[in-house]
Design a protein around this ligand. Sequence first.
Ligand code: PMP
Length: 362
Amino acid sequence: TIQRTYNFNAGPSALPLAVLEKAQQELVDFRETGMSVMELSHRSPAYEAVHNEAIKRLKDLFAIPENYEVLFLQGGASLQFSMIPMNFLQPGQKAGYVMTGSWSEKAITEAKLFGEPYEVASTKEAKYCRIPELNELQYNDSDAYIHVTSNNTIYGTQWQEFPDTADIPLIADMSSDIMSKSVDVSKFAMIYAGAQKNLGPSGVTLVIIRKDLLEKANGKLPTMLKYGTQVKSNSLYNTPPTFGIYMLGEVLRWIEETGGLEAVAQRNEEKAKLIYDAIDNSNGFYVGHAEHASRSLMNITFNLPSEDLEKKFLSEAKEAGFVGLNGHRSVGGCRASTYNAVPYEACKALSEFMIEFQRENG
Ligand code: PMP
């Protein structure tokens, strides 16, 4: 049998074993085409079926209303940081950014090139250990949009409830918690996410966008930087990342076959609890970075009593077969990313390892 490591990478990250095995099995002869998905023309009926199945699965699973478009773009979530203000922010116009971590900072930096973004709220002073309360969010009716980062991959915080911004378009970077639970899509004018955490391999960026927002878009942009271009051509204006889209479709099929989003959400809660319990029952040996009410079920961030102990923890964890537990290079500490495809057993093994490490070093 194959030995799979306990993969806690932050992204790219673990994919479901069943999906990898299926991809392997149909790699050299995809649906009797005599070639792999990667070798199909993106204009062929065989590929178009893959493409449209993936879109349909997304719409069904995530309950995306009729008045939204689903796009597969390239350039990562990072290009969305630029495309959003390019398309929707005019010079002199304001847009509100809720600052909850490094990715919000990167997003607002791009918006400054095109208009006048401002910080609706920021928890930077508190080292981004929490998501602001909804009543801390002060914005203006004239804002072009409000931008939030639903899950903060580096700091390990996650929005539990989103603001109702009424007529102001709400835009969310859901890169690190998309499809980890169901979300009321109708609250958002746009949702975007790099695929490489919960959806598949890197190289595909998912964009879910409400049609009326598209109508407000700035038309004077390079063809590839206009959302309208890919809307008009069903994300087939140019060659899409075909293999990544195929994998994304298979990951969605796996979600369906394992009980849908509700089951996924429940598994994620159980998995995260194993690790948070190890932190909370450690009498302060492990200190979680996030405030309890803002804790992420996707990225669990914690510190040990000293940097030396952290080093020891990380090196012994590595020897024991745990991969990816280092905190982001910008903040240090430890981080366990427990995305959809990380098995319960891996989280159980990690929590046992943490308890044992504390017994020996506490
Ligand atoms: N936003 C969030 C919340 C992320 O976690 C990341 C990547 N880790 C990004 C944006 C950037 O994504 P990409 O690498 O796809 O550009």
